[in-house]
Design a protein. Structure first.
Length: 251
C-alpha cells in the first residue's frame, strides 16, 4: 500500500469510520503497507471493535490469544472472539471452538466446542469441518456417530485438509460410517501423503506392501512394518486441522 492510500485510510479512520480503522489495524498488525506495530494495531482494532466491527473484534481476539502487543490472555481472546462469532464471523467461531476444546480462557467444554465448530463448518470453514468430524468420530460433545464424522471429514478433505483425507481413508479401510472400500482409502491416503503428512505416507507404504487398494509391491523384509502401522492405523491420535493433538481418541 502506498503512503497516499494509507493517508486516506487514516483520514477516514480519524472520522470514526470503523472499516477504515480495522484496515489500519490490519496494516500495522501484518506489517504489509506499514511498519509492523502491534501497539498501533491494537489501538485501531479496539476503536473499530467498540463500534461492532466484527473483523476488528476477531483480530483483537487473535492478538490476545497470541500475545501480540499485550500479555497473552485467553479470557480476553474469548471475549472478542465471542463478539465476532455472534455476528457470524466463521474464523472467530472456529477459534472460539478451539478455546472451548482446550479449556483456554475458561473451563474445557466439548459441547460448546462442537456448537461453534458446527457454526463455522456450516459456513465452509475447512478446519472446523475437520474438527467437527473428529468430535463425532470420538464422541466429544456430541454422540459418537461415524457417518456424521465421515460427512464432515469429506467436506474438509475436499478443501485439501490432509488430516481429514487421512482420517477418511482410515474410515474407508475399516468400513466405519462408510462402506469398506480399500481403493477409496488408498486414493485419499495418497492425497494426504502427497501433501507431506507423515502418517499418511507411512500408511500408504503399508498399503502398497499388503496390496490393499493398490498393486502390491515386490515382497521384502518387513523391518518392523507392522509395529509402524500400529502407530498409524489402529491407534492413531486424533489430530486437529491446525496440528493440535487431541488425546484420548477412541477408534
Amino acid at each position: 500500500m502506498t503512503e497516499c492510500e494509507r493517508r486516506w485510510f487514516r483520514r477516514a479512520a480519524d472520522q470514526g469510520h470503523a472499516a477504515a480503522q480495522c484496515d489500519l489495524g490490519l496494516l500495522y498488525r501484518t506489517g504489509l503497507g506499514a511498519p509492523q506495530d502491534f501497539a498501533k494495531a491494537l489501538e485501531w482494532f479496539r476503536l473499530a471493535a467498540d463500534q461492532g466491527e466484527r473483523m476488528a473484534q476477531r483480530n483483537l481476539g487473535l492478538m490476545y490469544a497470541n500475545g501480540q502487543g499485550v500479555p497473552q490472555d485467553y479470557s480476553e481472546a474469548a471475549k472478542w472472539y465471542g463478539l465476532a462469532a455472534e455476528q457470524g464471523d466463521l474464523d472467530a467461531q472456529y477459534h472460539l471452538g478451539v478455546l472451548h476444546l482446550k479449556g483456554l480462557g475458561g473451563r474445557q467444554d466439548y459441547r460448546q466446542a462442537a456448537i461453534w465448530f458446527r457454526r463455522a463448518a456450516e459456513q465452509g470453514n475447512a478446519k472446523a469441518q475437520h474438527d467437527l468430524g473428529a468430535m463425532y468420530g470420538n464422541g466429544y460433545g456430541v454422540p459418537q456417530n461415524y457417518a456424521e464424522a465421515a460427512k464432515w471429514y469429506r467436506l474438509a478433505a475436499d478443501q485439501g485438509i490432509a488430516n481429514a483425507q487421512l482420517r477418511l481413508a482410515i474410515m474407508y479401510r475399516r468400513g466405519e460410517g462408510v462402506p469398506q472400500d480399500y481403493i477409496a482409502a488408498a486414493a485419499l491416503c495418497r492425497l494426504a501423503a502427497v501433501r507431506g503428512l507423515a502418517d499418511a505416507q507411512s500408511l500408504l507404504g503399508y498399503m502398497y506392501d499388503e496390496g490393499s487398494g493398490v498393486l502390491k509391491t515386490t515382497p521384502r523384509p518387513r523391518n518392523g512394518f507392522a509395529s509402524q502401522l500400529s502407530k498409524v492405523d489402529p491407534a492413531i491420535n486424533m489430530i486437529s486441522a491446525g496440528g493440535t493433538l487431541m488425546a484420548g481418541a477412541r477408534h
